[in-house]
Design a protein around this ligand. Structure first.
Ligand code: NVA
Length: 325
């Protein structure tokens, strides 16, 4: 272990908020005044998820140790329950393999298998799972369900995606960006597309780490607009992309929004990450996507296959659990 470049740190505990957010829901024709989620509200709701950005140092440390076959079984004897009310490829595999690498075990609990899927109140599930497990990762629709688990349970709860936010993904994005640029502070991060869970978490994660954040989303789907010198929201993708170091996008129709696909395809025309848009960003900018990606919709095949490198994709995939537990 002598050549490890980073000091070993105490493992952080990652608690979710006990506050309930106001959610801005897509109606198909939401206007700016209806959709009032200001940055203060957003920050208060999910800001703590990025409060200890030292998590990223720990992640670098663990990644280094993994690469050099240095054992780091910090979670030996611990069990993580993973509740999935929505589908998952990367989150499930990364948490499960992460737990294994850390010496613990992960239990995959789908909606179909849990009594929660048959209507058992979340407080009963929370109480009983708190006795068996050492932590729970949950991917679900409503943020409130995650909050309820935390309120009624007595073990750490990890948000593995809700309609409202996607903190684990954004921590992975920040880690990957920092690997390329060595710093985060002062970089410009631009997000093009739906004002969704990814947008919410990117705004908070980006601003918390000293980045400049610009968002381009159609006016009628703007979830919030609050003046902040480092924050810029517009309906013009080219303006948002100007001089960006990192360009990020996500699907136009998230999980649970399948029925709105048609209206969304129309609303997001012009919000594609393509060569023209990247010409406005800094030369050599980075392109990130949380996946799954829909080629020729939010991103062209060409940009996806060339700018969004394999290395970045695996980075997103494998690191998430390693710094969360
Ligand atoms: N916004 C997407 C993210 C998928 C990882 C969704 O919620 O489906």
């Amino acid at each position: 272990e002598a050549d490890a470049p980073f000091r070993r740190r105490a493992l952080p505990v990652y608690f979710i908020s006990r506050e309930t957010p106001r959610e801005a829901k897509w109606t198909g024709k939401m206007d700016k005044s209806e959709a009032v989620m200001n940055y203060q509200t957003l920050e208060r709701t999910i800001g703590h998820q990025f409060a200890d950005i030292g998590l990223l140092d720990l992640a670098d440390q663990l990644k280094y140790e993994k690469k050099h076959n240095i054992s780091h079984r910090h979670l030996e004897g611990k069990s993580l329950g993973m509740i999935f009310q929505k589908t998952s490829t990367r989150t499930r595999v990364s948490f499960e393999t992460g737990m294994y690498q850390l010496g613990g075990q992960a239990l995959f609990l789908s909606n179909r298998d849990l009594q929660i899927g048959r209507g058992e109140p979340v407080q009963d599930t929370a109480r009983v799972l708190s006795r068996y497990l050492d932590g729970i990762m949950i991917r679900t629709y409503e943020q409130k369900e995650v909050e309820d688990l935390a309120n009624y349970g007595s073990i750490p709860i990890i948000n593995g995606l809700t309609d409202f936010c996607h903190p684990c993904q954004v921590l992975a994005d920040l880690m990957t960006i920092r690997e390329k640029f060595a710093v985060l502070e002062g970089l410009k991060m631009c997000y093009i597309g739906d004002g969704n869970n990814m947008a919410n978490s990117l705004i908070v994660g980006g601003l918390k780490t000293g980045m400049k954040v610009s968002i381009a989303t159609p006016a009628e789907v703007m979830a919030f607009a609050e003046p902040n010198p480092n924050f810029f929201i517009t309906d013009d993708p080219m303006k948002a992309a100007e001089n960006a170091d990192v360009v990020i996008t996500d699907t136009w129709a998230s999980m649970g929004q399948e029925a709105e696909k048609e209206v969304r395809m129309k609303a997001f025309q012009g919000y594609q990450v393509n060569d023209e848009l990247l010409a406005a960003a800094k030369p050599g900018c980075m392109v990130q996507h949380c996946l799954p990606a829909y080629r020729e919709q939010e991103i062209t095949t060409k940009v996806f296959e060339t700018k969004f490198s394999r290395k970045q994709k695996t980075a997103c995939t494998h690191r998430r659990p390693l710094w969360l537990l």
